[in-house]
Write a protein that binds this ligand. Structure first.
Ligand SMILES: [Fe+2]
Ligand SMILES: [Fe+2]
Length: 144
């Protein structure tokens, strides 16, 4: 099989996004722990675990293609000074992920690459759900 450079680019870009997300959610989890907000600390820790699962799947795909995973463009960590700010920053991160995965799904569909289309689509659905959860948490925090 011919090496598809654009596909590898999407896989590595996505890996970079996931690495950044893990770093951000884990840091927010630790910060919430310090603020005495155990519920949110747990929530962010779960988020970091989900993003780790995405990163593992992307790495599996790269390794199966015979490519060493090389995450590119790891987004910088943004914490926020309040819980409300944190959730807004996280929504932005998830928006960026959704845009990237939508583009990757479209590309694979055009290439008739069903295997990688399914992989990107599965992660895209997780990120859409994640955004929904952040929206709900955000409205709860605003209402409190
Ligand atoms: Fe993710
Ligand atoms: Fe996510």
């Amino acid at each position: 099989m011919l090496m598809d450079a654009r596909l590898i680019g999407y896989l590595n870009r996505a890996a970079g996004h996931e690495l950044g997300a893990i770093q951000q959610y884990l840091a927010q989890s630790r910060l919430c722990e310090m603020w005495g907000m155990a519920d949110f600390s747990r929530q962010f820790s779960e988020d970091a675990k989900e993003e780790t699962g995405h990163l593992s799947d992307l790495m599996d795909a790269l390794l199966r293609l015979g490519v060493t995973p090389q995450a590119s463009h790891v987004p910088p960590v943004r914490l926020g000074r309040t819980l409300e700010q944190m959730l807004e920053i996280d929504r932005q991160l998830e928006y960026d992920a959704i845009r990237l995965y939508e583009e990757a799904v479209d590309y694979c569909a055009r290439q008739r690459d069903a295997t990688h289309q399914a992989l990107f689509d599965r992660i895209l659905r997780d990120e859409l759900e994640h955004l929904g959860t952040l929206d709900q948490l955000g409205s709860r925090v605003k209402a409190a």
